[in-house]
Design a protein around this ligand. Sequence first.
Ligand code: F3S
Length: 656
Amino acid sequence: MKKFTITAAKSAGFCFGVDRAVNLVYNEIENCSKTATLGEIIHNPNVVAELGEKGVRVISSVSEAFPDEKVIIRSHGVGAEVYRELEEKGISYSDGTCPFVRRIQKIVGQCSEEGMEVVIMGDRTHPEVIGIAGHCVNGANVLKDSAELECFLKKNYEKYKKKVAIMPQTTYNINMWQNCVSTAERFDGVQTFDTICNATSQRQEEAMRLAAESDIMIVVGGKHSSNTVKLFNICSGICGVCFHIESPQELDMMRIPKGVSYKSDVRIGITAGASTPASIIKEVKNQMSEIMKNLDEDFNFEEALNASFKKIYTGNRVKGYITAVNNTEAIVDVGTKHTGYVSLSELTDDPALKPGDVVKVGDEVDLIVIKINDAEGIVQLSKKKVDALKGLDELAKAKEEGTILEGTVTNVVKGGVIVLANGVRVFVPASQATMRRDEKLEELLKQTVKFKVIEVNEQRGKAVGSIKAVRSAERDAAKAKFWETVEIGGVFKGEVKSLTSYGAFVDLGGIDGMVHISELSWDRIKHPSEVVSVGDTLEVYVKDLDKEAGRISLGYKKSEDNPWVKFENEFSEGDVVSCKIVSITAFGAFAQIIPGIDGLIHISQVSDKRVTNVKDVLSVGDEVTAKITEIDSEKKRISLSVRAVLEENGSAEAEE
Ligand code: F3S
């Protein structure tokens, strides 16, 4: 006699909050309003598709709403700034925020206004958590589990003067919350608020009981629904055969054989996430019942069920759903009786990433089976290898087409560097990594670089690239553009590359030009190093060009700094100036009037008395007062006279 029982959990299906939000939408449809939901009203693709057919739009922000549209806020709730935006824009809305979520929003608002640091236990990417954090005055800390909470409290307990308020998101796992409470109890004064929704805790507790009593558990709900994924994780930890399906059609994919029977009694449990409509649960129950009725009398159900599982072998390429992610690995449902694991090292080669940065719960990913352990029911998988295979194809194409790719330098190895691009580790030999031999490979580490693929070995899964090829091409292009556009008088910024006794060589971006020593300063200098050093950035202008020979002469000193121009602007013949003796000759003395401009005091003009040797009257370094008696602009010569000043002073005294 065939015997099977199918039990659907009483708490399965729409919870009060979801039911309320979905009804709000149907009410609007009945009132013929144009309706949009701010995000998908629930995490159930069937319900969202049905509403879409009735004209309900899903918008991701208030700015997408039409002025005549009614916006429905879903049960997850939104942050305070969204309400403000709706009010400011005068958009009509219905608030479907679940009252349990509203309660948390109020608690965090109040706590943060009282100066408490708010900690929300949950998933920081979940819309409910984002919305709750949006009601805190200064934002909130979102932590995943009790381990993270312990770290946080140890680090910040004193800083926040023990004023910390902790609460879980409504669908947080009850056991994990108990661990958080135990952790918090070790820190005096820290307040905890149990905000897990009753519906969630009842659903999870009932699912645990049902899973313990069942041979097969079926969890119905969206693959992206956080509470459904949690239910599935709970059930699969208790019941060895557990399925997560979104719709009754997926029961076929479980390949439970039709037309066969079983020897032992089979107990089947069905539960569903908060966003699964009762109609879908009923359909799943009916379809399961049909499958079971059609089983053959002599059939061993367990064997057949095992046989019905999808078979996989090492090296197979499979698709899997991410069901959980922790700090070291991602757990995957690959549609077999095994639990699939993808370790961090098989998720990515990027040492800066964690599993959660690469995949999220609900993602569908391509994987390769690397090890199967039937005894323990474990399969180890690699995402990295699939990415690398896909990446190798792309690299081979890039090589053929000469495309320039971008990647990150992740390692410096013997003889070169490794660039991670399209999931493939591309080896770039040292000779192809830098433009000059003296450049250090370590300076490339963690940099995003452009490179060309020069070799791909698909069998060995290896690729070789060249950063230098791209840089050389860029430099050649820059050079060609420079020579095309450069003109005499053009101004450039460049770095001093080297100094010689006759000038300084300046790099104008791949092209070197020379500033002659006479062009470096208006003062007389003996060596360029008196004015510039290697590594200085100079603003230079083009004095002369020879495009054919590729030579370029540069000027550095500016005409507005020309001391002769300055002198002529400030002084005229007849002016009396203070000047300093800088050199003495047999026929007179040179005196500096301003830096770079010297005048000659002829021997006949150094005194009002007769002088046979200038040194009897003047020494280098003396400050004297002299009259400018002549300015020869053409020859740039100035004549000075101390005597004229002395004589004028003498006659003035005599007059007095
Ligand atoms: Fe509300 Fe609980 Fe449902 S918080 S939306 S009644 S799961």
